[in-house]
Ligand binder design. Structure first.
Ligand SMILES: C[S@@+](CC[C@H](N)C(=O)[O-])C[C@H]1O[C@@H](n2cnc3c(N)ncnc32)[C@H](O)[C@@H]1O
Length: 278
């Protein structure tokens, strides 16, 4: 195949991504609808915090916050609540500020455009890293540095929650789709390197007229194991690190319910919330 032909094909695909319903859709809105459940996450955080500390948390640090969707729900849950939302990407933060932060909550949040590893103040009760975001750190020393910053940025009785995925299919190059409202969400595991455990994944959105936002989001991650994360959290000074396993239904789909666990059978796909307390 000549170079010219290849170029033409590429151009066609790009046009497809910006036509029809896809052109009018907002990738951040589609993302929030597809992969975020802020209220369920917050209920989990508050329950785990209260079990350990006999009080309710008042301040949240949302690392890798993206559009600060979780923080916006947190702030709506009580007038005494404050949030620090941290992300490297100014465009995503600006979108969140415009769409998620009503004036009545905007004054109780600080949006910080920064590397999460550089943040250790103000000290907060709760910190979180959802949707596997910390997997962006590929070297042990980098992940340790991040967990050190989290530990330093927590109050003396602070609690950190992070989310991790794995399973026999996590290392397979596959695409999985599901319907979300009026579009289809597709998760593509495009590449996996067994020597480094690095994986390259994409999110695509397809609309009813067949138009598509191709590679709406791309993630270049290292797949960490639960014991690796646990050991690094302990090294960073967390006194307890507990694993909450997400239950699955008869089709193997996650139910959104997590239970404290120390032994499970491997699954095609699993998801855990790791709770680390100082
Ligand atoms: C998977 S999204 C998470 C969005 C949202 N918080 C969620 O739970 O779905 C990952 C986000 O992490 C941000 N990010 C990546 N590396 C970062 C770093 N070192 N410090 C701060 N933010 C980072 C990206 O800009 C992106 O918005």
């Amino acid at each position: 195949m000549g170079k010219k032909k290849r170029k033409k094909r590429k151009l066609k695909r790009r046009q497809g991504a910006t036509a029809g319903l896809a052109a009018a859709a907002d990738r951040h809105e589609c993302y929030q609808k597809s992969v975020q459940s802020p209220q369920a996450d917050l209920d989990f955080f508050c329950a785990r915090f209260a079990e350990r500390r006999s009080r309710q948390p008042r301040s949240l640090r949302e690392d890798f916050c993206g559009t600060a969707y979780l923080s916006s729900h947190w702030l709506r849950g009580g007038a005494e609540r404050t949030a620090l939302a941290v992300d490297l990407d100014p465009e995503t933060l600006a979108w969140g500020e415009l769409h998620n932060l009503r004036p009545d909550i905007a004054e109780r949040i600080e949006l910080r455009c920064a590397d999460v590893r550089s943040i250790s103040s103000p000290k907060v009760d709760l910190a979180c890293a959802m949707n596997f975001s910390f997997c962006v750190f590929k070297q042990r020393a980098d992940l340790r540095r991040y967990f050190d910053a989290v530990a330093e940025g927590l109050a003396d009785d602070g609690v950190f929650v992070c989310e991790l995925y794995g399973g026999t299919e996590a290392i397979v190059e596959i695409e999985e789709s599901r319907e979300v409202e009026d579009f289809t969400f597709t998760w593509e595991q495009a590449k996996y390197n067994p020597i480094t455990n690095e994986t390259l994944c994409h999110i695509h959105f397809t609309f009813e007229d067949g138009s598509r936002i191709d590679k709406a989001f791309t993630y270049d991650w290292r797949l960490w194991s639960i014991p690796e994360v646990r050991e690094l959290l302990e090294e960073a000074g967390f006194r307890s690190v507990d694993v909450y396993w997400e239950a699955v239904d008869e089709d193997g789909d996650g139910t959104g319910e997590h239970h404290l666990s120390t032994e499970e059978q491997n699954q095609e796909g699993w998801l855990v919330l790791i709770v680390a307390a100082k």
